[in-house]
Design a protein around this ligand. Sequence first.
Ligand SMILES: Cc1cc2nc3c(=O)[nH]c(=O)nc-3n(C[C@H](O)[C@H](O)[C@H](O)COP(=O)(O)OP(=O)(O)OC[C@H]3O[C@@H](n4cnc5c(N)ncnc54)[C@H](O)[C@@H]3O)c2cc1C
Length: 423
Amino acid sequence: MIRHHVVVVGGGLIGLSTAHALLREGHKVTIVEKRALGSGAATGNAGELTPQQVAPLASANTARDVFRGVLSRNSYLSIDPLQLPRLARFGLGFLRAARTANASRGAAALAQFSGGIRAALQRMADDGVDISGGGDGFLMTSSDETELDAAHAAYRSRAERGWGAGPGPVLRGDELRAAEPALQPTVVGGFMLPGEFSLDPVTFVASLVERVRAGGADIREGLAAMRIGTGPSASIVCADENGAEVTVRGDRLVIAAGAWTTSILRRSRIRSAPVVSGKGYSFTVPVDRMPSSLVHAMDLHCVAIPMHGRLRIVGMMEFDGHPERANPHRFEVLTRAASRLIADADWSARTDDWVGARPMTADGLPLLGRVPRRPDVIVAAGHNMHGLSLGPITGEIVAALVADREPFVEGRRLDLAPFAVRR
Ligand SMILES: Cc1cc2nc3c(=O)[nH]c(=O)nc-3n(C[C@H](O)[C@H](O)[C@H](O)COP(=O)(O)OP(=O)(O)OC[C@H]3O[C@@H](n4cnc5c(N)ncnc54)[C@H](O)[C@@H]3O)c2cc1C
């Protein structure tokens, strides 16, 4: 097999997973990272790996939420009205993707990864990456009966099509409280999704960084990629911390810069589906009674995750055009939502406030594949809310593309057409 020198741009979940998979196959790897490895949305997220829930955000329900997101400051989805002109293409694409037939097509495209999520993560664990800190099975809750029944039916139907394990029975009232005493009494119902699982992304990323370093990757932190170089070899033109131009060369290039990918492609005159930043927030809170599993409140749009003995709260989707800026009001909105879910928490003793930019695409599908007319350049970005679930498998798919192999997910050929860079 030909060994390549691959330059990976971005050292977040996708870039690190890709570097790991490439090193496993014996390639030489250089990682170019604007800040430090594991920046961006890599560590403060919910740690969920979701063979059942890996689906686009756009749906009839979320399309309705868009209007509330523009008008209200207290919705989980928040859109800065000043950003509307900049978000027009993304917004129209989102509304198109929310049509029932398109949403089903998007879900089917993503479901191709479903069977590979746990297996690819396990291969990383076999290589020595730490996947501890979480647990198996999520409790999905809602106080909206219609939503509860519809979600239960949807997960049953996904399982019947082979996309993950089916849900447990719907529990209500005392039965639910007996199953999970940490819930607020106002939570009406819930059911388990036994096939979903979680890990602690902080230890996972630290361990992945350690494996990638030990594997011999050349790590170039503090270099911001600006544009793809012209010329016969694959190269990326960067700015160092003093603003000086530095060109990093290899013979293959992988652009995995999360929510920052579009600006690199645009400066390189590569047309692509836009990736925009949809910010999420998290914090840790002390509790008297820890939930026995991850609790995902569908109506409140927040998640409570027991992680190495602490409770992390995660939620919000904010489009304000500033991927790295935390908005203190969003922490308040998230705290209010979580306090309606979890009992016996000290909400005034919040720590580890964190904000991260999800790389969102209008149709919910990542950009994954070669750039037209540049077979030496691969894009792996736009993993929306699923970059941890899909990171390990994405790394393996990119490694297949680098080696000119057809990509497979656990023995099934992957149809990459829905993930085309330009669509
Ligand atoms: C609150 C929240 C909760 C989430 N929960 C989950 C979850 O439970 N499960 C799940 O699967 N996903 C979850 N996600 C989504 C997941 O975190 C993202 O999909 C994932 O981080 C995307 O990986 P990435 O490598 O594309 O981007 P990132 O992890 O953001 O990494 C991008 C990297 O590129 C670097 N970079 C940027 N610009 C440049 C440049 N010009 N040059 C060089 N480097 C650059 C950045 O510094 C960063 O290190 C969550 C996200 C958030 C915000």
